[in-house]
Ligand binder design. Structure first.
Ligand SMILES: *Cc1c(COP(=O)(O)O)cnc(C)c1O
Length: 419
C-alpha cells in the first residue's frame, strides 16, 4: 500500500500533484511519501509484535537520505550501516549510536576506529580477521566492542544472483561449519563482547522458505554454542523481505514473515534483531520523469525519457521491473520500449511493454523506486545527480538538491604538467 494515487485525473503523492513538483524542481526527480514510509515502518514493527524482544535497524543503504532517516528515527528505528559515511548519516539523523549496527565485509581499520569511538551498538563481524583487528582497536581504546558473528548459512535465497548473499560461494559471513570455532576464539579476545550471531541471505526475497531454512540453521548453531558455554543473547536475522514491483504481484507480507520468525525463534530467549531496507522504503518513492520524445522503431516505438540508468540503476543491474505510469493518464495505452538517453543499450527500462499512452513532454513515473534508487545514482554521461523531494500531506520539500555537472566539473583540475 502506498500514497501515490490518481486524484482529479492526475497522479499525486499524498495531496501534492506530481506536476507541481516537476514544474518547480524539474525532472528527473525522486518523490518520497512520508505517510507511506511511516506506514511501512509501523506495519513491519506490528508484524513482529508477538516476539518478546525486538530491535529494528533500518538498512540505510536502501535509502540513506537524511530526511528519510529522520522519519525512521522518529519511528524508533535504529540503523544498519555498511560504511562510516552511512554511520555518520544515521547519527546526523538523530539515531542513537547504541541503536546502530555496523555490517559489511570490508570495514576498514579507520572505519572500525571511528565506529568504536562513536559508541556503535553492535558490530556484525564478517570474518575472524576482522574480529582480531577490532579486538586490538577496542582494547587499545580501553573499551569493549559488542559483536555478533555473521554466518553464511549456505542457502539459496532464490532471488537475483547479484543480490543473493547466503550461498557458500558468496563473500559474506563465515562458513557455517567454521562458525563455532571462530566464535569461541573471538570470545576469548580482549576488547570484544561476543553476544550473538547474524545472518542475511539476500534481498528482494519473495519466498520465505529459504529464510526459514537459514534461521533454523542459525538456531541450531546458537544451541551448539550455548552447550559449549558461550553466551548468545542476540540473533540478528538481517533484512531481505521483497516488495511487489509489478501491480498484482503476490508476495509474502511482513505479517507472514513475522509469523514464520515467531515459529522458528520460539524459545530462543534472545533479542531478535532485524535489518529491513527495501520493505520500508521501496513503495515509498517514485521517480518522476518527462518524456523527451517518442521515436519510431522497427518494432515498438521507443519512449525516450529524461531519467536514465544513472538515476535508477536497478533495471540495468538486475533486470529489474519498475511499473511505469503516466502522471495524467488519458485512458489509452500503447506498446513501447522505454529507454533513457544514456549511450548504453543497458539504459533500458522496459521492452515491448503495454503502458499508458504518452507523448513528448508528458510526465510519467517509475513506481516502487524508493529503495536502491537515488542511493545508487551517479553522474554517468555528465548528467546531474538526481534530486529528491519528500511530501507530507499538502506540503513538500526538496530533501536533496540536484547536483549540477558544473559543480562536479569544479571539483576536477588539470595538473600543471598538462597546462
Ligand atoms: C542490504 C542489507 C540489508 C537490507 O536488505 P533489504 O533487502 O533492503 O531488506 C540488511 N542487512 C544487510 C547486512 C544488508 O547487506
Amino acid at each position: 500500500m502506498d500514497h501515490f494515487e490518481i486524484v482529479d485525473g492526475e497522479l499525486h503523492a499524498e495531496q501534492v500533484p506530481l506536476s507541481a513538483i516537476a514544474r518547480e524542481v524539474g525532472t528527473p526527480v525522486y518523490v518520497y511519501s512520508r505517510a507511506t514510509l511511516v506506514r511501512h515502518a509501523k506495519v513491519f514493527r506490528e508484524a513482529l509484535s508477538a516476539l518478546p524482544k525486538v530491535h529494528i535497524a533500518f538498512a540505510v543503504k536502501s535509502n540513506p537520505n537524511l530526511a528519510v532517516l529522520r522519519v525512521l528515527a522518529r519511528e524508533g528505528y535504529g540503523a544498519d550501516v555498511v560504511s562510516e559515511g552511512e554511520m555518520n548519516r544515521a547519527l546526523a539523523a538523530g539515531i542513537k549510536p547504541e541503536d546502530v549496527v555496523f555490517s559489511g565485509v570490508g570495514k576498514t581499520r579507520a572505519e572500525l576506529i571511528a565506529a568504536v569511538r562513536a559508541g556503535i551498538g553492535q558490530f556484525n563481524l564478517e570474518s575472524e580477521e576482522e574480529g582480531v583487528e577490532l579486538s586490538e582497536i577496542a582494547a587499545a581504546l580501553r573499551t569493549r566492542a559488542t559483536c555478533t558473528l555473521r554466518v553464511n548459512p549456505d542457502v539459496d535465497a532464490r532471488t537475483h544472483a547479484k543480490i543473493s548473499t547466503g550461498k557458500a560461494e558468496n563473500k559474506f559471513g563465515v562458513a557455517y561449519d567454521r562458525a563455532s570455532g571462530i566464535y569461541a576464539r573471538l570470545s576469548a579476545l580482549p576488547g570484544l563482547e561476543m553476544r550473538g550471531l547474524a545472518v542475511h541471505i539476500g534481498s528482494q526475497i519473495t519466498d520465505l522458505e529459504p529464510s526459514r531454512q537459514a534461521f533454523l540453521k542459525m538456531g541450531a548453531l546458537m544451541n551448539a554454542l550455548r552447550v559449549q558455554g558461550y553466551t548468545v543473547s542476540h540473533m540478528d536475522l538481517g533484512g531481505g523481505l521483497g516488495v511487489p514491483y509489478k501491480a498484482g504481484d503476490d508476495l509474502p507480507t511482513p505479517a507472514d514473515y513475522g509469523r514464520m520468525v515467531s515459529e522458528v525463534a520460539q524459545g530462543w530467549g534472545v533479542t531478535l534483531m532485524f535489518e529491513p531496507g527495501r520493505v520500508i522504503t521501496g513503495n515509498s518513492g517514485v521517480l518522476v520523469t518527462e518524456v523527451v520524445r517518442v521515436k519510431k522503431g522497427t518494432g515498438s516505438p521507443w519512449v525516450v525519457v529524461d531519467a536514465a540508468m544513472n538515476d535508477l540503476a536497478r533495471p540495468a543491474m538486475y533486470d529489474a521491473w519498475h511499473d511505469f505510469a503516466a502522471v495524467r493518464p488519458g485512458g489509452e495505452t500503447m506498446t513501447a520500449n522505454i529507454v533513457g538517453p544514456i549511450c548504453e543499450s543497458s539504459d533500458t527500462f522496459a521492452l515491448g511493454r503495454e503502458i499508458d499512452a504518452v507523448k513528448a513532454g508528458d510526465l510519467a513515473v517509475f513506481r516502487t523506486a524508493g529503495a536502491y534508487g537515488a542511493t545508487m545514482a551517479n553522474t554517468y554521461n555528465s548528467r546531474p545527480l538526481v534530486p529528491e523531494v519528500m511530501v507530507d500531506g499538502e506540503r513538500w520539500a526538496i530533501v536533496a538538491n540536484r547536483i549540477e555537472p558544473a559543480t562536479i566539473l569544479a571539483a576536477e583540475q588539470v595538473p600543471d604538467w598538462l597546462a
